[in-house]
Design a protein around this ligand. Structure first.
Ligand SMILES: C[S@@+](CC[C@H](N)C(=O)[O-])C[C@H]1O[C@@H](n2cnc3c(N)ncnc32)[C@H](O)[C@@H]1O
Length: 415
C-alpha cells in the first residue's frame, strides 16, 4: 500500500497511521480523510501522547493563531467524522471531550455539532435498551464520558446520574488515592447515612443532598406552584433533608404525599419531634398527609391504582440512573399528574461537564415529548461551591456539581 495512512507495524501487519489521519483532520482536508474513514475505527483513532482523536484535532485547528481558518471547512470535517462513526465523548489526555475543547475555544457551532452527535448517540442507545454512562472527569474510566444508564440524581458522578443524575455524573474521589466506587440504588438503600446540618451523606461520603441546593428547591416550588396557592395536591419523591417538603408544606396543601425508600431517613421521620412525623400525618384527613415508605417503583403503582392525582409532582431520588427517571416520566407521571399539573425533577444529569449536561437536557426533552409533555427550562445561578474537597465539598467524596448554571425543568402536558 502506497497510501501513507497505512504503514506496516512491528509485527509486519498493516497499521493505521494515526498521525496521517490527525494531520488531515487538523488541515480540515475532507477529501484526503474520506478514503481513510471508510475503515471502521479510523474516525476515532487517538494520538498516544495527547489522546487527541480526529475530532479533537479538527476542533483544535479551528483556532489557529496566525492563519485564517475557514470555519465552514472545520464544520465539514467534523460532520464527515461524525458520519464516519467518530465518538462524541472520547477524552483526550487533558480529560476533555471534543465538545469541551470546542466550548473552551469559543467555537459555538462546533460545540453544538458535538452536542447534537451526543444526543443522536444517546437516543440510539436508549432505543437499544440502555444509555451509555457519561463518566465524569473523576471517574476511573478516562477514555470516554457518557450518559450512563443515566443516573438521574446525585449518584455516580458519571454524567448519568440525576441526583442520581446530577450526583452520579460527577462522582470522583475527593481525596487523593480515594477508591472510586459507583453508586447504585441497591447498595445505597442498604448503606448507613450521616445527617449533618448542611448535608446528607451516604456511607462513602457521597453527597445525597446538600444545603447549597436550597435555592434550587425554592425556585422549583415557586415554578411548580405559581403564586403558591393553598389546597393543592402534591407528591414529592425522595425526602432527603426535607428541604423541598418544608417549602411545599408552607403552601398548606390539601394532599401532601412523600415517597421515601431509605430505612435511615424513614427512621428519622418516625421520631416524635420530626416535622413530617406521625403528628404531621394526623394534621389532615386520613391519608392526605402521608409518608409512603418504600421505593417509588413499588409505591407509585398503588397510587395509580388508588386513582390519586396531583397538581405538582417533584422527583429527586439518589443512586438511580437516567433509565429510572425516564421510566418515571413515561410510565408513571402521565397517570398521576392532573391534566393541568406540573412535573419537576432534579436536573443533575451530566452536571460535572457542560457538554454532557447539554446532551442530557436535550435527551430529556425528547423523551418527555414522547411521553406527551413539554418542558420549560429556567436558568438558576449556582454560586461558588469550591474545588474538590474544599468549600461546600469538604468531607464530601465527589464534587457532583461543577457548572455555573442549573437548568430547572418544569414539564406540563402538551396541548
Ligand atoms: C437527593 S435526596 C432528596 C432531597 C430533597 N429534594 C430535599 O429537598 O431534601 C434523595 C432522596 O431519595 C431517596 N430515594 C432514593 N431512591 C429512592 C427510591 N427508589 N424511591 C424513593 N426514594 C428514594 C433517598 O433515600 C433520599 O432521601
Amino acid at each position: 500500500m502506497d497510501d501513507p495512512a497505512f504503514l506496516p507495524d512491528e509485527t509486519g501487519g498493516v497499521n493505521i497511521n494515526t498521525q496521517t489521519i490527525l494531520l488531515h483532520a487538523s488541515n480540515h482536508d475532507v477529501q484526503a480523510l474520506k478514503p481513510l474513514l471508510r475503515i471502521p475505527g479510523n474516525a476515532s483513532v487517538q494520538d498516544p501522547e495527547t489522546g487527541f482523536t480526529p475530532l479533537h484535532a479538527a476542533i483544535a485547528a479551528s483556532e489557529e493563531q496566525d492563519a485564517e481558518v475557514d470555519i465552514e471547512k472545520a464544520k465539514n470535517t467534523v460532520e464527515e467524522l461524525f458520519f464516519s462513526g467518530a465518538i462524541w465523548n472520547d477524552l483526550d489526555k487533558n480529560g476533555e471531550t471534543p465538545g469541551c475543547l470546542a466550548w473552551r475555544l469559543g467555537q459555538g457551532e462546533l460545540y453544538q455539532m458535538c452536542v447534537n452527535a451526543g444526543v443522536r448517540a444517546e437516543m440510539l442507545l436508549g432505543l437499544m435498551g440502555g444509555y451509555e454512562e457519561l463518566a465524569g472527569e473523576d471517574s476511573e474510566e478516562q477514555d470516554e464520558v457518557g450518559l450512563e444508564d443515566g443516573d438521574t440524581e446525585k449518584n455516580n458522578g458519571e454524567n448519568g446520574d440525576t441526583h442520581t443524575e446530577e450526583h452520579e455524573l460527577a462522582v470522583g474521589p475527593a481525596e487523593e488515592g480515594a477508591e472510586k466506587k459507583d453508586v447504585n440504588s441497591e447498595d445505597y438503600l442498604k448503606s448507613n447515612l450521616t445527617f449533618t446540618e448542611t448535608a446528607l451523606l451516604d456511607e462513602d461520603s457521597n453527597g445525597v443532598m446538600m444545603a447549597w441546593e436550597t435555592d434550587i428547591m425554592r425556585k422549583s416550588v415557586d415554578l411548580l406552584l405559581p403564586d403558591l396557592p393553598p389546597e393543592k395536591r402534591i407528591l414529592n419523591i425522595g425526602f432527603g433533608m426535607g428541604i423541598i417538603d418544608s417549602m411545599f408544606a408552607t403552601t398548606k396543601p390539601s394532599t401532601h404525599h412523600i415517597i421515601e425508600a431509605h430505612p435511615a431517613v424513614l427512621l428519622k421521620l418516625q421520631q416524635p419531634d420530626a416535622e413530617f412525623g406521625p403528628k404531621w400525618e394526623q394534621r389532615a384527613e386520613a391519608g392526605r398527609y402521608k409518608i409512603h415508605a418504600g421505593k417509588w417503583q413499588d409505591i407509585c403503582p398503588k397510587l395509580l391504582e388508588a386513582g390519586e392525582v396531583y397538581d405538582a409532582i417533584y422527583f429527586d431520588t439518589f443512586g438511580e440512573d437516567y433509565s429510572q427517571l425516564r421510566l418515571f416520566f413515561t410510565e408513571v407521571a402521565p397517570g398521576l399528574l392532573d391534566e393541568k399539573g406540573r412535573f419537576g425533577f432534579f436536573n443533575g444529569l451530566g452536571a460535572d461537564r457542560k457538554v454532557c449536561y447539554d446532551v442530557y437536557g436535550k435527551v430529556v426533552e425528547l423523551d418527555l415529548c414522547e411521553a406527551g409533555m413539554d418542558v420549560e427550562w429556567t436558568d438558576v445561578e449556582v454560586g461558588e461551591l469550591g474545588d474538590e474537597g474544599e468549600g461546600q465539598w469538604k468531607g464530601v467524596r465527589r464534587r457532583y456539581w461543577t457548572l455555573g448554571l442549573y437548568r430547572l425543568p418544569v414539564a406540563t402536558f402538551l396541548g
